[in-house]
Design a protein around this ligand. Structure first.
Ligand code: ADP
Ligand code: MG
Length: 327
């Protein structure tokens, strides 16, 4: 089973940033209102994420670290087939198989916290009592310490941290109702309180995407044909870095989609903002039945039922807002 988890890990866990993404999504799934992230050496040495979510009952800790589909996968020889099974329920076991992992948690019903270790190739041990506030802490040390071939592919501490930082920023932009903090090598880098009002949201965006962007950005909030499009679009600047400040969320999920990118690019180009690098933070909300956000979670692709409609609505709305700035 360890080997199988390590194979699955090849799919889920590419680098520290992918660990952080999986852990943050788990915390958000658990209804966390505050998430604290501590990183050492770009996440290679340590990733520690604490949340105040619902927690994991003592009796479920072991299951959380064990692969649920071990018996099924064991029968499959084709690695492609394993990849196609997807990652559901595979994240924690995969991460545990390539790191030294500690999972500590406490639910509201329990009068103590419990901790379990999933230590690389070693077997997962029984939970032991540990003081812990309501919620969960996952500590991932020494990523890929037992898979040297994978470890070799890690880049410098700085590069790994910048990927990880990007994951945190993208998730923080899309969850205004959750407080986040991020520290690297003991240095606090982000401290984001819950942002309920538009002013607070703009403050958070200033912190995540730069003050210059939000200072000149246009706010929009429009409902068209069952689509709700809102957020901030910036006037393009010559700064190439702006290309990194393009955030698009569909029903709360970050996406990088060709159709969307095309509609946005067209809208800017049409108002004659050619060859520049627009920054934007946009949220598109629509009937979940009209979009499949799980088409390829790792690649951030989505599939729209009414692609044409989405494209045209997006284009027309952005076009209208941008054209106003030229009037
Ligand atoms: P998945 O998220 O696909 O269910 P994971 O391997 O990421 O699989 O997590 C396994 C299980 O562990 C989750 O289904 C959840 O029950 C529990 N879990 C993981 N992280 C947390 C957390 N931060 N808070 C509460 N429960 C968690
Ligand atoms: Mg998960």
């Amino acid at each position: 089973p360890e080997l199988i988890n390590q194979i699955a890990a090849g799919e889920v866990v590419e680098r520290p940033a992918s660990v952080v993404k999986e852990l943050l999504e788990n915390s958000l799934d658990a209804g966390a209102r505050r998430i604290d992230i501590e990183i050492e050496q770009g996440g290679i040495r340590l990733i520690r994420i604490r949340d105040d979510g619902a927690g994991i009952p003592r009796d479920e800790l072991l299951a959380a670290l064990s692969s649920h589909s071990t018996s099924k996968i064991a029968a499959i020889e084709d690695l492609q087939a394993i990849a196609s099974l997807g990652f559901r329920g595979e994240a924690l076991p995969s991460i545990a198989s390539v790191s030294r992992l500690l999972l500590s948690s406490r639910t509201a019903a329990a009068d103590s916290g419990w901790r379990i270790a999933g230590d690389g190739a070693e077997r997962v041990r029984e939970p032991e009592p540990v003081p812990h506030p309501l919620g969960t802490t996952v500590e991932v040390r020494d990523l890929f310490y037992n898979t040297p071939a994978r470890r070799k592919f890690l880049r410098s501490e700085r590069t790994e941290f910048s990927h990880l930082d990007d994951v945190v920023r993208r998730l923080a932009v899309s969850h205004f109702d959750v407080a986040f903090s991020l520290a690297h090598n003991g240095r606090p880098l982000l401290r984001l309180p819950v942002a309920g009002e538009r002013m607070a949201q703009e403050q958070r965006i200033a912190e995540l995407a730069g003050g210059e962007f939000i200072a000149q950005a246009l706010h929009l909030d429009q409902q068209v044909a069952g689509l709700h499009l809102w957020g901030w679009i910036g006037l393009p600047t010559a700064a190439r870095a702006q290309a990194d400040r393009q955030y698009f969320f569909v029903n709360g999920r970050m996406v990088r989609d060709r159709l969307i990118a095309h509609a946005v690019r067209q809208a800017y180009a049409d108002v004659l903002f050619h060859g520049r690098h627009p920054a934007f933070v946009l949220f598109l909300e629509l009937d979940p039945k009209l979009v499949d956000v799980n088409a390829h979670p790792a690649k951030h692709e989505v599939r729209f039922r009414e692609g044409r409609l989405v494209h045209d609505c997006l284009f027309r709305t952005l076009h209208e807002v941008l054209a106003r700035t030229r009037a």
